[in-house]
Ligand binder design. Structure first.
Ligand SMILES: CC(C)(COP(=O)(O)OP(=O)(O)OC[C@H]1O[C@@H](n2cnc3c(N)ncnc32)[C@H](O)[C@@H]1OP(=O)(O)O)[C@@H](O)C(=O)NCCC(=O)NCCS
Length: 181
């Protein structure tokens, strides 16, 4: 089964575990570090605040991805060491990178965290010999599309009814040939 189908088959509506805002905690340390199984609870909570109801991954999906050796995952913390942003990428059987999810807490948006995560992912993939990175994004998610376009992704296909609610997605791709190591 293609990785795109694996992800779709395990994606189901998430639930909100923690809706408490943490506005006021500044992000100054933008170092990216790997996610591990020990971060699962925090990840689920942050994810529930990044995505709308039914739109983010479930705890089960994250468990699957964190255990899968084909999956790379990263986080950026705020000054207090709490997760502010996360990203997952899967290396497909054909050797392409697939950005499966990325989220930044609302209070930390427009500070370059998502762009920093994507660039970190790209360097990690390039160092493994991966030359393409792809992703799917809702046609309604204008903000994320702006991010991806700015990071050099282009729309290669529109896939009808990709999401559970019937919404189409754009398949976007980027080549990693010219990345600086
Ligand atoms: C999409 C998302 C990950 C962007 O995270 P972010 O950390 O705010 O993005 P960045 O600060 O790195 O943005 C880099 C650039 O992307 C573009 N961009 C990002 N968010 C944007 C927005 N809301 N409106 C317009 N352009 C935006 C801008 O060009 C921005 O550069 P600028 O701030 O200098 O103008 C974040 O809004 C989010 O978590 N959204 C909810 C979850 C989601 O939709 N994930 C993607 C699923 S496909």
């Amino acid at each position: 089964m293609a990785v795109i189908d694996i992800i779709k088959s395990i994606l189901s509506p998430g639930r909100s575990l923690d809706a408490r805002p943490r506005v006021g905690t500044a992000v100054s340390d933008r170092s990216v570090r790997p996610l591990t199984r020990s971060h699962l609870r925090e990840l689920v909570q942050v994810n529930s605040r990044c995505f709308g109801p039914g739109d983010g991954y479930t705890k089960y999906t994250f468990e699957y991805l964190l255990d899968d050796p084909r999956s790379l995952s990263y986080r950026i913390d705020d000054d207090l060491g709490s997760m502010a942003a996360f990203a997952f990428v899967m290396i497909t059987d054909s050797g392409a990178g697939h950005l499966t999810t990325i989220g930044v807490l609302p209070e930390y948006r427009r500070r370059g965290l998502a762009a920093g995560l994507i660039r970190h992912v790209e360097r990690a993939l390039a160092s493994r010999g991966t030359v393409t990175l792809m992703l799917e994004v809702r046609v309604s998610n204008i903000e994320a599309q702006a991010l991806y376009r700015r990071e050099g992704f282009v729309v290669v296909q529109r896939i009808n009814r990709y999401y559970n609610n019937g919404e189409d997605c754009f398949l976007m791709m980027k080549t990693l040939f010219e990345l600086e190591k």
